[in-house]
Design a protein around this ligand. Structure first.
Ligand SMILES: C[S@@+](CC[C@H](N)C(=O)[O-])C[C@H]1O[C@@H](n2cnc3c(N)ncnc32)[C@H](O)[C@@H]1O
Length: 222
């Protein structure tokens, strides 16, 4: 039995966007009560990255998308301990969310850290990045908006980068490989997600790339 699935803190109600209440594309101004830039994490897991990030950058609003209720509840319980005003959770499929619920030109960055690699050939169709999703990510990003990707799985990482670049919608602005083994994570490692810490402790190579959406003048809105 997973204990946290039965835990409840009323503060959690203010921290998540209830899918049942969504009847149009998300209005970030109404959700956060301000016009601050919005960054989205896809597959936030237990929330380590986004919980640290929202505290260190209060001038930015964050949406954490995670399709597993069991997992997102752990992140929500952690967030309820300090009630961040600039963070909301959404328990939905990210593919569906980006394609149907995000307004054009409304997001400054997408963070995608350690997405499921689906290593078997017959499962590759389940991989996150598909042409339509990339089209929607590009449309929903503001000019100079970023797509940030990290993975420990070389074949998956190369395939994801190929899909992103082959879309013709993004250009790579930085790429990095980290082989550094880190035992103790502290303030300096704030940008690390749960899986990044796990793999770096095991001395796995971490591959990361940052992409910027190309000029959107020729992107059609669909
Ligand atoms: C390997 S975990 C990585 C979690 C976190 N990003 C990290 O680095 O620690 C991948 C997470 O993405 C979630 N996920 C996978 N596909 C998703 C989708 N289409 N929409 C939302 N979440 C998804 C999974 O439920 C899982 O929690």
């Amino acid at each position: 039995m997973v204990k946290t699935i039965y835990e409840y803190d009323p503060v959690m109600d203010d921290l998540w966007i209830s899918p049942g209440d969504i009847d149009e594309r998300l209005d970030f101004q109404a959700i956060f009560g301000n016009d601050a830039p919005v960054e989205i994490e896809i597959g936030c897991g237990k929330g380590r990255f986004i919980l640290a990030e929202c505290q260190h950058r209060p001038e930015v609003n964050f949406i954490a998308i995670e399709r597993s209720l069991k997992i997102i509840r752990i992140a929500l319980l952690r967030a309820a301990k300090f009630s961040p005003q600039n963070l909301r959770f959404l328990c939905l499929d990210a593919d569906f969310t980006v394609k149907l619920l995000i307004k054009s030109r409304s997001v400054t960055a997408y963070h995608v850290y350690f997405p499921d690699p689906w290593p078997k050939d017959r499962h590759h169709k389940r991989r996150l990045f598909n042409p339509r999703l990339l089209q929607k990510m590009a449309e929903t990003l503001l000019p100079q908006g970023k797509l940030k990707l990290k993975s420990d799985h070389a074949e998956y990482y190369n395939d994801a980068c190929d899909r992103i670049l082959d879309s013709g919608l993004f250009e790579r602005v930085s790429e990095h490989q980290s082989h550094e083994v880190i035992e103790d994570f502290d303030e300096a490692d704030r940008g690390a997600s749960h899986y990044e810490i796990k793999w770096r402790k095991e001395a796995k190579t971490i591959f990361s790339s940052e992409f910027q959406v190309k000029s959107q003048s020729n992107l059609s809105e669909k």
